[in-house]
Design a binder for this molecule. Structure first.
Ligand code: IYR
Length: 227
């Protein structure tokens, strides 16, 4: 039972979850794993439209993520407008061209070879939506003073993970894209100084002829240690 004073001062609700049988738990854990294991990052998008309401639901799901002191330090900018998508593509390609031609190390370029990426980013115009995730470093209190948020990187990372899972669950595909540097997005989208771009996620259907690298995922023995 919680401290009486705490409950008096702050609203609390009782929280329960039904206890599942081991069998059902096992079944659910496998089917969710299999569903998530079929998610792939996609770079070839169809321009087929996606209902706006679906995107709204995906964003509501992302915003169910836990965050430091429940500050929910994120803003999701959704770009549908072809003119803005074009501006983003041009600015991203300018940065990416410099990165590929002079900023990225030879090791990095070598590691990217299997992905077949280069500075060209046509998906930034083809995908019906670009979701740009911003992390909110601080908020402005009512007196105008800056109030820092907590564990912003972790919180926004988790929210982005929820978003990717929700996109996949809705039968859509995404790419976790990080044009680098991505400061141009602050200007293009006219964002306030307390927000910093975190990820750019094109969302839509895969192109009819869509290919992804045949990657393998690490096995349990390589990713975890039981004590
Ligand atoms: N931002 C570049 C390069 C890139 C970097 C990593 I690490 C990737 O996993 C994929 C690409 C690009 O988008 O091409």
């Amino acid at each position: 039972m919680l401290d009486k004073k705490l409950i008096e001062d702050h609203p609390y609700i009782s929280y329960t979850k039904p206890i599942l049988s081991d069998e059902e738990m096992l079944e659910r854990s496998i089917s969710f794993y299999e569903a998530m294991d079929s998610r792939r990052s996609v770079r070839e998008f169809s321009n087929r439209a996606v209902p706006r309401e679906v995107i709204e639901n995906l964003l509501k799901t992302a915003s169910t993520a836990p965050s430091g002191a429940h500050k929910q330090p994120w803003t999701f900018c959704v770009v549908e407008n072809p003119e803005i998508k074009k501006q983003i593509r041009i600015a991203a390609e300018e940065e990416e061209q410099q990165s590929y031609e002079s900023r990225m190390s030879s090791d990095w370029l070598e590691d990217l070879k299997p992905l077949g990426t280069d500075w060209r980013k046509p998906f930034l115009e083809t995908a019906p939506y670009l979701i740009i995730v911003f992390r909110r470093i601080y908020e402005f209190a009512t007196d105008g003073k800056k109030k820092n948020n907590y564990y912003v990187q972790e919180s926004v990372g988790i929210a982005a993970g929820f978003l990717l899972a929700a996109i996949h669950n809705a039968g859509l595909v995404s790419l976790t894209h990080t044009p680098s540097p991505m400061n141009f997005l602050t200007k293009t989208l006219n964002r306030p100084e307390n927000e910093k771009p975190f990820l750019l996620i094109p969302v839509g259907y895969p192109a009819e002829d869509c290919w992804v690298p045949d990657i393998q995922r690490k096995g349990l023995e390589d990713i975890c240690v039981f004590y």
